[in-house]
Design a protein around this ligand. Structure first.
Ligand code: G3P
Ligand code: MG
Length: 422
């Protein structure tokens, strides 16, 4: 079912910082390959069949050989041979606002380019905390385009498959009741939040008092009768101290029974995180702590308290299962929205975090039939001058440069193929 994998959660490294930090964040990840894909609903668009007649590998990503002059007003056609996958934070959005080049980039790939090509695309973010539908509405507003849940994966999307396995779960993170709603939407039958535990026993977290709204929405529990079968961190915690206390309490139980205490500290439920990003890109000029930092903290505190090693598990990028999920989503999306019933030869993944976006894309590329091509942009956690721990096949300043590079590279491949066939 699961694969263990060494990882670091370091978003970028200044030379010399790597070793110690990589060691600190080392630990296993796990992904349960998901089965479900969401439905999609767009109109069908004609294919660009002449862009996939010939394939020729570009040996160097710095290949600047001349390309055919684009037509002045070409008819718009949809590429059936390549596709794009976008990370969101640090690539398209920062602090809730679109990165300036993002809106133009989306127009470009939707036909406003000199080649008259539309390129199918999906979004693959480690973020979450809301339903996929709500996230898509946010993104549609931010980028001024229609984003369909059928082209969207967030960090917790693959957790939906765990609903068949676990009945009573502790769901942590996000605003108010949002993650409970997401979990129930995934089919989890009995979803308990930290708020429920605090409402039932206020001295659980001595420095946290529920707001009136939180108190109202939280549920009173019979703690003697609750057995937490698994803990899921769906989104970033809004209260690390309280949430860590409650997760640790669960982990130190006998088999998840809340009013018990293990003597051996190896009987607690499993803990799943929706991703491992230690930091992420916001409107602040420096990257901010993310869920991976909470994970590292939890593992360290557990070991300090119990003397036992805590093995947590994670979904999201860079997990291979997430990219397998993305492959199926992309296939389904291309079929539903464009009528394309075949795999793309190349998927360009545009991200800002070497340890999740670039690592995941490169490692997936080694085991998949399609060419997953990693592009790093400089608008997020990556900083100019840093040496990325995982090397992208192309680095661009912005997402707009990245989509132009991808379309021109495909056009160049196509032109060379046509010349070669003469
Ligand atoms: O919390 C979200 C963040 O860690 C990363 O999001 O879109 O860059 O994968 P994204
Ligand atoms: Mg990002």
């Amino acid at each position: 079912m699961a694969t263990a994998d060494e990882r670091t959660g370091i978003p970028y490294q200044r030379d010399g910082m790597n070793a110690a930090r990589a060691e600190f964040y080392r630990g296993p990840n796990m992904v349960i390959p998901p089965k479900h894909l969401m439905a999609s609903t767009s109109d069908h668009i004609p294919k660009l069949s002449d862009m996939n007649q010939h394939q020729e590998e570009v040996s160097s990503e710095e290949d600047n050989s001349p390309i055919n002059t684009p037509m002045p007003n070409p008819p718009t056609v949809t590429s059936d041979d390549f596709a794009l996958a976008f990370d969101i934070d640090g690539v398209l959005i920062k602090g809730g606002q679109p990165i300036p080049e993002a809106v133009d980039a989306m127009k470009y790939i939707n036909g406003e380019n000199p080649y008259g090509v539309k390129v199918p695309y999906i979004f693959l973010t480690n973020g979450g905390g809301k339903t996929e539908k709500e996230r898509c509405l946010d993104l549609s507003r931010q980028l001024d385009l229609d984003v369909d849940p059928g082209q969207f994966i967030c960090g917790h999307t693959p957790m939906r498959d765990m609903a068949e396995r676990y009945h009573t779960v502790l769901v942590v993170g996000g605003e108010g009741e949002k993650c409970r709603i997401v979990a129930e939407g995934y089919g989890f039958k009995d979803v308990i939040t930290p708020g429920d535990i605090i409402k039932t026993r206020h001295d659980t977290t001595p420095f946290r008092t529920l707001t009136d709204e939180e108190y109202e929405s939280s549920r009173l529990l019979d703690l003697d009768k609750i057995r937490i079968e698994a803990v899921f961190v769906f989104a970033d915690s809004r209260d690390w101290a309280g949430d860590q206390q409650i997760i640790l309490d669960c982990l130190m139980t006998e088999d998840g029974w809340l009013n018990t205490r293990s003597k051996t500290f190896n009987q607690g439920p499993p803990v799943f995180f929706s991703h491992t990003d230690v930091v992420w890109s916001t409107s602040h000029e420096h990257s901010r702590l993310g869920m991976g930092a909470l994970r590292a903290s939890l593992e360290a505190v557990y070991q300090a308290l119990t003397g036992k090693k805590l093995n947590t598990m994670a979904f999201g990028k860079p997990q291979i299962g997430t990219y397998q999920f993305a492959t199926r989503l992309l296939q389904e999306w291309r079929k539903e929205s464009c009528g394309i019933d075949r795999s793309p030869s190349t998927v360009y993944f545009i991200g800002d975090t070497p340890e999740s976006d670039i690592r995941g894309t490169n490692e997936f590329n080694e085991i998949t039939d399609n060419d997953w091509f990693s592009i790093l942009v400089k608008t997020g956690v990556y900083q100019d001058g840093a040496t990325p721990r995982y090397k992208p096949r192309m680095t661009c300043n912005t997402v707009f440069d990245a989509v132009k590079f991808a379309i021109e590279r495909e056009h160049r491949k196509n032109s060379k193929g046509e010349l070669g066939s003469d």
